[in-house]
Write a protein that binds this ligand. Structure first.
Ligand SMILES: [Cu+2]
Length: 138
């Protein structure tokens, strides 16, 4: 009799633990995350467009041997959004003038956390004609 009661309580404990696990897992899905964008020797951002949640971080990585930048088009930022550019410049003109300062070399990364919803078109300074991308923040 006593043993049976203990076993039943044990079962309830397991169920409770599993429910707790599921809850924290769901919370983790809603938490901040990182999205990677490769900057390749084909002179593209891969993927070209990424969609992230407010508070998420995008990490750009130069995966080949050619250096790149990830530089926002300042005039096209969502209202109230912070400017971003590899090298952490305050403006597009500053980033352009400083290049190659702010370039991301082979194996290096640049990361930015997006706090404002909207669409962020950006480009690579030395390969601007073809190397452009968009971050969509929802
Ligand atoms: Cu480039």
């Amino acid at each position: 009799m006593y043993r049976r009661t203990v076993l039943r309580l044990g079962g309830a404990g397991v169920v409770g633990a599993l429910a707790g696990c599921g809850g924290s897992s769901d919370a983790g899905d809603d938490g901040p995350s990182e999205t990677r964008v490769a900057m390749t020797d084909d002179l593209v951002f891969d993927p070209k467009e990424v969609t992230v949640a407010v508070g998420d971080t995008v990490v750009w990585e130069t995966t080949g041997s050619v250096a790149h930048s990830a530089t926002a088009y300042e005039a096209d930022l969502p209202d109230g959004a912070a400017y971003f550019a590899s090298g952490d410049f305050d403006s597009e003109s500053a980033a352009r003038q400083a290049y190659p300062d702010g370039s991301v070399g082979s194996g290096e990364t640049y990361r930015h956390t997006f706090e404002t919803a909207g669409e962020y078109p950006y480009f690579c300074i030395p390969h601007e004609s073809g190397m452009r991308g968009t971050v969509v923040v929802e």
